[in-house]
Design a protein around this ligand. Structure first.
Ligand SMILES: NC(=O)c1ccc[n+]([C@@H]2O[C@H](COP(=O)([O-])OP(=O)(O)OC[C@H]3O[C@@H](n4cnc5c(N)ncnc54)[C@H](O)[C@@H]3O)[C@@H](O)[C@H]2O)c1
Length: 343
């Protein structure tokens, strides 16, 4: 625990790594009126980053941005040191390799001002490892976003063994200030919450393709026409609670609980053979068809904006929609409760 106060007045963001996710953070932070400095060793990354921000900008203008928001506030720096030296908050977005991230976080910690939060966009690495070589381990955490970062509000916040409570709260407050909905992951685990869930679906999809049961497009249709429509506002558990009739989840468990004993509920991922990889890649090309990649991206973004407008109009407002309180000191029970009578 540090005695240095955590920096909470945040207007200057540093991004380390400017690929898909770094570009997404840049667009979101610029659109929220921040100064953004970026560094990436790839010489092509600056032009790709600026092109990605330009592509997202009209949509972000349409959603609404403060008059201070400007793409001119984006600066590209040649080193980590120059990018983070005057930053109020650092978001790292380098490739998902534990050793690289640990080294990059150590380097960042040498050049940031004391009290600056250093977040990683990692999709599943443990924060305790990432902070292990830092000179200020209490300042590091995971802030795991979802693509496209400039439109999706979820960011999973995960602290490591040495992360201070101040750091976690400052990150939650900052992410909220740029229009996100931070979800605190209270126990440090590989892949956190959302990617554990996504990985389970991915594993089953691989089996269905490998066994010749369904094509890539058929698997995607099985999501988009059914559960996916619900998932925009109602997770699997609440969806099943309602979908089971007045008996709710209690009824669901009686009806579907026994299926958990069946062999297909316990499958390991199939081997990612050359043949399986080819089927997945060709299946995606087939599903895409003649529709250009950039057109699909823009239509995806348009749908994400419109869905969120509909939810703002018809679903429960924040505070009444069941979203967990970030600041709560609630502990997650290690063992499921055996009592209780609420359905
Ligand atoms: N793509 C996604 O959907 C997604 C979603 C959530 C989180 N993430 C996570 O975000 C991180 C970045 O993923 P991505 O998809 O943007 O990858 P990416 O490959 O598109 O971008 C990574 C960038 O990091 C740069 N880089 C490499 N070494 C660097 C260094 N030492 N210093 C600065 N930059 C360096 C690369 O040149 C590249 O531009 C990963 O940890 C990933 O798991 C990805």
């Amino acid at each position: 625990m540090t005695s240095t106060p955590t920096v909470t007045n945040i207007t200057r963001i540093a991004l380390v790594g400017a690929g898909v996710i770094g570009s997404g953070w840049a667009a979101r932070c610029l659109a929220n009126g921040m100064d953004v400095s970026v560094t990436d060793p790839d010489t092509a990354s600056e032009s790709k980053l600026r092109a990605a921000v330009d592509a997202a900008w009209p949509l972000l203008e349409e959603i609404g941005m403060p008059s201070s928001a400007s793409r001119d506030r984006l600066v590209f720096e040649s080193t980590i040191e120059s990018a983070v030296a005057s930053a109020d908050f650092v978001q790292e977005n380098v490739p998902e390799q534990a050793t690289l991230k640990t080294e990059v976080h150590a380097e960042i910690s040498h050049h940031t001002r004391p009290g600056v939060v250093i977040a990683s966009s990692s999709s599943g690495l443990l924060p305790s490892e990432i902070q292990s070589q830092s000179v200020r381990p209490e300042s590091h955490l995971i802030g795991h976003p979802f693509a496209p970062v400039y439109l999706l509000p979820l960011v999973e916040v995960v602290g490591g063994e040495k992360t201070s409570e101040q750091t976690i709260n400052a990150a939650g407050t900052f992410y909220t200030s740029i229009g996100m909905r931070p979800l605190r992951v209270r126990k440090e685990i590989d892949a956190y919450i959302a990617d554990r869930l996504q990985e389970a679906i991915w594993r089953e999809a691989l089996h269905l393709i490998n066994d010749g049961v369904a094509s890539v497009a058929e698997i995607d249709a099985a999501i988009t026409g059914g559960p996916g429509l619900r998932w925009a506002f109602m997770g699997t558990l609440l969806g099943w609670h309602l979908g089971s009739g007045p008996g709710g989840m209690r009824q669901n468990l009686t009806q579907f609980g026994p299926a958990l004993e069946l062999p297909w509920c316990h499958m390991q991922a199939p081997e990612l053979t050359e043949a399986l990889q080819t089927r997945i890649i060709e299946g995606c090309d087939e599903e895409t068809g003649q529709r250009p990649f950039s057109e699909l991206e823009r239509k995806r973004d348009r749908c994400l904006i419109e869905i969120q407008k509909v939810l703002a109009q018809h679903w429960y407002p924040p505070g009444e929609d069941g979203w967990p309180d970030f600041q709560s000191s609630r502990e997650v029970p290690a063992e499921p409760s055996t009592g209780g009578d609420s359905a």
